[in-house]
Ligand binder design. Structure first.
Ligand code: SAM
Length: 288
């Protein structure tokens, strides 16, 4: 990379392509939790058996507005982007094939990491992806944001900011209203302004999965969906990327990183600017 790839520079993150123990990179199937982060206890689930079918009876469906967020078609598709999707979890009575566990069944598309001329590595699928299908979870080490060293150029940090994700839906589904949580608590929209730094993040620098290679686009074909399955703390939600459209094989997979322009500072305290090479007709020209 080093200049050759536009504005993409090597960070201190190890290369996952060096095979062997010394590579310093670990492939993960599920999220790892840093020692000083405590996940909330599993919340009580639904008492359905087998598959959840009746949204009036299923306690998890009730959290989703008394409906199931997914349909069974094509291996499970999310009907529409939501503030948060409440899936069935470890305390639920239903089984693994329950439609309300759609994002928990692992990756079902054959994803390939490939090289781009200006953006470093990127990801595409060999298989057709139906709109609403889960593509992959952003996996890495769940950390406190304050514990992340931002000076080493780590480009694989995903801030868990479900409130911002809800707001950032912009054209797709902007919600200028208070955000309701299942415990009856309401977060006023004003309080959920993007200026506050999210408390937790997922660091995929040294351990992660293919999601760390997915680039930004101003006209993305994936979207970020916050998912809760074992607890109801949105600060620690799972981050799952879903298809925003039908995606033909070999089209690059991208999502909107959602940076507010001029919001990223370099180690010198000056605003950092990075050019966007997504190539979209409505490109904002800068990543941040
Ligand atoms: C999470 S990584 C994505 C994978 C990365 N391309 C790689 O080679 O590992 C994020 C970094 O990729 C680059 N990148 C992602 N999307 C880009 C875009 N639309 N234009 C320019 N660079 C991009 C930027 O350097 C960004 O900091």
């Amino acid at each position: 990379m080093n200049g050759e790839a536009g504005n993409f520079v090597f960070s201190n993150c190890p290369s996952p392509f060096i095979i062997g123990k010394s590579s310093g990179f670990t492939y993960l199937k599920s999220i790892q939790v840093a020692k000083n982060v405590k996940l909330p206890k599993n919340t009580a689930g639904c008492d359905c058996r087998g598959n959840c079918v009746d949204p009036r009876k299923c306690a998890c469906a009730k959290l989703n507005g008394s409906d199931f967020p997914y349909v069974h078609r094509d291996g499970g598709r999310l009907i529409e982007a939501k503030d948060v999707v409440f899936e069935c979890g470890p305390s639920c009575g239903c089984g693994p094939s329950c439609v309300n566990r759609t994002s928990q069944r692992g990756m079902k598309h054959r994803l390939e990491v490939f090289r781009t001329p200006k953006k470093g590595w990127a990801v595409r699928s060999w298989d057709f992806i139906f709109s609403g299908s889960p593509v992959c979870e952003y996996v890495g080490v769940l950390k406190k944001t304050e514990d992340v060293d931002t000076l080493t150029g780590n480009e694989y940090i995903f801030d868990i900011d479900c409130l911002q994700t809800m707001r950032g839906l912009e054209g797709r589904e902007r919600r200028l209203r208070d955000v309701s949580l299942p415990n009856g608590e309401t977060i006023p929209f004003e309080e959920s302004k993007p200026d506050s730094v999210p408390e937790f993040c997922i660091d995929a620098c040294r351990s992660g999965n293919v999601a760390r290679f997915i680039n930004h686009s101003c006209t993305p074909n994936l979207f970020v969906q916050c998912v809760l399955s074992s607890h109801q703390d949105i600060r620690l939600a799972r981050v799952v990327l879903f298809a925003a459209d039908n995606i033909p094989p070999l089209q690059e997979l991208t999502y909107d990183y959602g940076y507010v322009l001029d919001s990223v500072m370099g180690p010198d305290g000056k605003i950092k600017r990075v050019q966007c090479y997504c190539g979209g007709a409505d490109c904002r020209k800068r990543l941040y």
